[in-house]
Design a protein around this ligand. Sequence first.
Ligand SMILES: [Mg+2]
Length: 264
Amino acid sequence: MDRRSQISILLEDPATSALITDIDGTLCRIVGRPERAKVPARARKSLEILGDRFGTVACVSGRPARVARSMVGVDSITYFGNHGLELIAPEGEKPTVQLDPDEVRRPADFVRQHDNPFWVAAGIRIEDKGPIQALHWRGADERTEAQVQEIATEAEQAGLAIHWGRKVLELRPRGMEGKAGAVEHLLEGTGVETVAFAGDDRTDLDAAIRLREMKDRGEISRLVLVAVASEEGPPELVEMADIVLDDPDEWLDLVEFLAVGESS
Ligand SMILES: [Mg+2]
């Protein structure tokens, strides 16, 4: 069966369909500096159309919810930011955060206490995402990777949760369920039966596994898992995916197909 036929099950009953997508590496390409990543205009148009038509349309991202929404540029859909820590509802103004405030502060405290000129000299860039602190080392060498491993061990000893992504280590508050918790929360009580989920990274694998469990439990009826494959992404995600794509443009083609029937 071709990709379009697989994804078009969402069109059979749009009101009970959900489209949930990651942003970086899925809706847009990963670039050296995350602040330069751009979501193409055709994604915006398509998601706007689908937001009106589908039961649920959501972007689930590692970025802060506000940043995710400004990157995508559609206000009428849901954004789950910081891997499920923050939610902005359609047309919502402020993200809501649900976690113990003391836990939320811990990662930033750890970075303040440990950040030193050696981190910078080693090519580690710190992205302050509020409750999550991300250490990026794209472009740096193996010695830096070893150093990041040490930081990870220390962070765990200091009571933080750690999460590895594509050339990024995230220090998170404990008790975060990540994107797995986000997708479950998104679909709870919505009456959504058919779900398509697209992602490229380890955090997306958590969501994919949770969605598969929800399907096994009968909480949703149909699931299409879409993986944008890369050398850095987890092979497990590609293995369990129904549709495997080579790059974000191919996902945009499918999203556009859902919205307007054809892709440009
Ligand atoms: Mg991604």
